[in-house]
Design a protein around this ligand. Structure first.
Ligand code: CA
Length: 515
C-alpha cells in the first residue's frame, strides 16, 4: 500500500501515535509514547467520515449551545443524538489556518498559512484525503477551500495573491471529486455575474445550478458524491465547508420570513444559519436513507468565532456566547467554537465532553480509528486522537493546544489579544512572547470569560507554559524550512516565520505544476 507520494502506509492497530507528554510538552517527540487500545477497533471498521464546517459561526449561534432565537433544529438533533464538545477549538482565529489544521493535524504555522488568503497547503504536507485514498476511500471536497488558489493564473484577490505560487486545489490535495470556491462567496446567489471568485467543479468552471441558497448549491454536489460512493460500496471522506454565515451574508426570502420581526441584518444572518441547518438535516436524512448513518462519523464545527466588533451591527450578528473577543482574536470568542460528532455505531445519544479538543484532532482521530500510521508522515503532529475520548476513557487532554496568529496586543489584527496562546486543560496562557509583555493566565473552568489574570499567583505554571510555547515556535520555524519532510523541500521568501528577525531566505523561484 502506498500513498500518493509513494510512501508505504503501515496498518498498525492499535496505536496512539500523537501523545507527546514527556516532561515539558515535547513537540518534537510526538512518537515517543504509544498507548495500547483494547480490541474494540474492529467495531469501527472503515467508517465514513464527513467534516462539516460553518464559516464564522460563533459559539453562541446554534441552538444546542443555548441560542433561543436562531433556528437550528437539525444541528440540535445531531447534538442530541451524538457527542457535544463543550470545549472545542478551531485551529486558528481565521479561516485558512483552521482549514489547514483540519486536513493535516498540524498547526498552520508549520507550513506558512499565517492568515486568510496567505500561503497554501504545501505539497509535502500529508492530507487526510491522501491517506484515506490509500485505504480505498472515495474523497470529495465541497464548498469553501481557502487553502490555495484554484487556478495558476487567476485569483479574485489580485496579483498580490500570487496565483502561480499558491495554486493548490483540492484535486492536488487528495480529493478526487471537488466543487469549490477559492474563498468566501455570498450565501445567496453565490456567483453573481461580476464574480471573480467562481465555483470550480473538478478544475472546470461550474456554470449550472448556482442560484439561490449557497448551502443548498454545494450540498447538491456533496449528496450525489455520497450516493455514488455507497453505490460503489466504498467508504468515503466528504469535506463540506459551508460559506455561511461569513459575509456577504444574504438569506433568501423564505429564510428571512422566519425572522420577519427582527432587524434586516438579523434576518439575513439568522436566516443564513437556518438555511445551513436545513442542509444538515438533508444530509442526515440522506445518510439514514442510504443505510450508512450508523457507521458515519459526522463532524460539525466552525472555523473561527463571529465577525464584527459587537454582534449588533449590519449583518455581523454572531454570538460568542459568554466568551471574550471574536474572530481574529485568541481570546476564547475567536477560537472556542461549536463542536459536534455524531457516530451512532460508537457514541451514545446525549454524550457531552468538557475535554479541550481541536480541529487538529480530526486527522489523528481518523487514522487511529483505522489503525494507520503513514510512513513519511511529516513530524511532529499537533493534534491527538480522540478515540479514547469517544470510548469514555479520556478525561484530560494529554497534550496542550498551541495557538499563534499574526498581530498581537497592539494591533487590530487580533482584536487586542496576544498573538500566542496555550490551552492546557483548565489553564490558558496568552502572551506576545516579548520579555516586556505581561503574560496572562486564566482558569477557563472557573473563568471562561477570561476576566481574572492569575499569572502572578502561579508564576511557575506561567514559566512552564511559556517555555512550551517557545519550544512550539522553535519547532515551527524548523518546520517552515522543510525539516519535517522526508522529501526535499526548498523554502522561499514566504516561508519565514513572522517573528523571525533574520533576513528572508533567498532562493530561486519554484515552479508550480498542475497534475
Ligand atoms: Ca472564517
Amino acid at each position: 500500500m502506498t500513498n500518493q507520494r509513494g510512501s508505504p502506509i503501515c496498518a498498525i492497530a492499535p496505536v496512539l501515535w500523537f501523545l507527546c507528554a514527556s516532561g515539558l510538552y515535547a513537540f518534537d517527540h510526538a512518537f515517543d509514547h504509544a498507548i495500547d487500545h483494547d480490541s474494540e477497533s474492529n467495531m469501527t471498521d472503515r467508517p465514513n467520515v464527513i467534516l462539516c464546517m460553518a464559516d464564522d459561526m460563533g459559539w453562541g449561534d446554534p441552538g444546542f449551545n443555548g441560542n433561543r432565537i436562531i433556528q437550528t433544529p437539525n444541528l440540535d438533533e445531531m447534538a442530541s443524538n451524538g457527542l457535544r464538545f463543550d470545549r472545542f477549538y478551531a485551529g486558528g482565529p481565521v479561516c485558512s489556518p483552521t482549514r489547514g489544521s483540519c486536513l493535516t493535524g498540524r498547526h498552520p504555522y508549520r507550513y506558512a498559512v499565517w492568515s486568510a488568503n496567505q500561503g497554501h497547503l504545501r505539497k509535502p504536507e500529508m492530507t487526510l484525503a491522501e491517506v484515506l485514498q490509500t485505504q480505498g476511500y472515495s474523497t470529495g471536497h465541497f464548498g469553501k477551500w481557502h487553502l490555495g488558489t484554484l487556478s495558476p493564473t487567476q485569483s479574485g484577490k489580485g496579483k498580490s495573491r500570487n496565483a502561480q505560487r499558491n495554486c493548490m486545489t483540492p484535486g492536488m490535495s487528495g480529493f478526487e471529486e471537488w466543487f469549490a470556491t477559492e474563498y468566501s462567496v455570498p450565501t445567496w446567489d453565490p456567483v453573481p455575474t461580476d464574480s471573480v471568485n467562481p465555483y470550480y467543479h473538478n478544475g472546470k468552471l461550474a456554470t449550472e445550478n448556482l442560484e439561490g441558497c449557497d448551502s443548498r448549491v454545494l450540498m447538491d454536489r456533496a449528496i450525489p458524491f455520497i450516493r455514488k460512493s455507497v453505490s460503489d460500496k466504498k467508504p468515503f471522506l466528504a469535506v463540506i465547508w459551508f460559506h455561511a454565515p461569513h459575509e456577504p451574508v444574504v438569506a433568501g426570502p423564505e429564510f428571512r420570513r422566519l425572522y420577519a420581526d427582527r432587524e434586516v441584518g438579523e434576518q439575513h444572518f439568522f436566516g443564513a444559519i437556518t438555511a445551513l441547518d436545513e442542509q444538515i438535516g438533508r444530509l442526515r436524512r440522506e445518510l439514514r436513507d442510504l443505510g450508512v448513518a450508523e457507521n458515519t462519523m459526522l463532524w460539525f464545527t466552525s472555523d473561527n468565532g463571529p465577525e464584527g466588533d459587537r454582534g449588533d451591527q449590519g449583518t455581523h450578528r454572531g454570538s460568542a456566547g459568554a466568551f471574550r473577543g471574536r474572530k481574529r482574536s485568541l481570546w476564547e470568542g475567536g477560537i472556542h467554537v461549536p463542536g459536534l460528532l455524531e457516530w451512532p455505531a460508537s457514541i451514545k445519544p446525549g454524550t457531552v465532553s468538557s475535554v479541550p479538543c481541536s480541529t487538529l484532532d480530526y486527522y489523528p482521530t481518523t487514522l487511529d480509528v483505522l489503525g494507520l500510521m503513514p510512513e513519511g508522515q511529516p513530524q511532529p503532529p499537533d493534534g491527538v486522537s480522540l478515540l479514547p475520548l469517544i470510548r469514555g476513557k479520556m478525561t484530560q487532554r494529554p497534550v496542550p493546544i498551541p495557538f499563534e496568529t499574526l498581530g498581537g496586543t497592539d494591533t487590530n489584527a487580533s482584536r487586542g489579544s496576544p498573538k500566542m496562546a496555550l490551552v492546557d486543560n483548565r489553564y490558558k496562557l496568552l502572551t506576545d512572547m516579548e520579555e516586556n509583555s505581561a503574560p496572562l493566565l486564566f482558569d477557563l473552568v472557573n473563568d471562561p470569560g477570561e476576566s481574572t489574570n492569575l499569572a502572578k499567583e502561579f508564576p511557575e505554571r506561567v514559566t512552564t507554559m511559556k517555555k512550551a510555547l517557545e519550544q512550539f515556535r522553535d519547532s515551527c520555524i524548523g518546520s517552515l524550512v522543510g525539516k519535517d519532510y522526508a522529501e526535499a523541500f526548498t523554502p522561499d521568501d514566504q516561508d519565514v516565520h513572522p517573528s523571525a528577525s533574520r533576513a528572508p531566505i533567498r532562493k530561486k523561484k519554484r515552479s508550480t505544476v498542475l497534475p
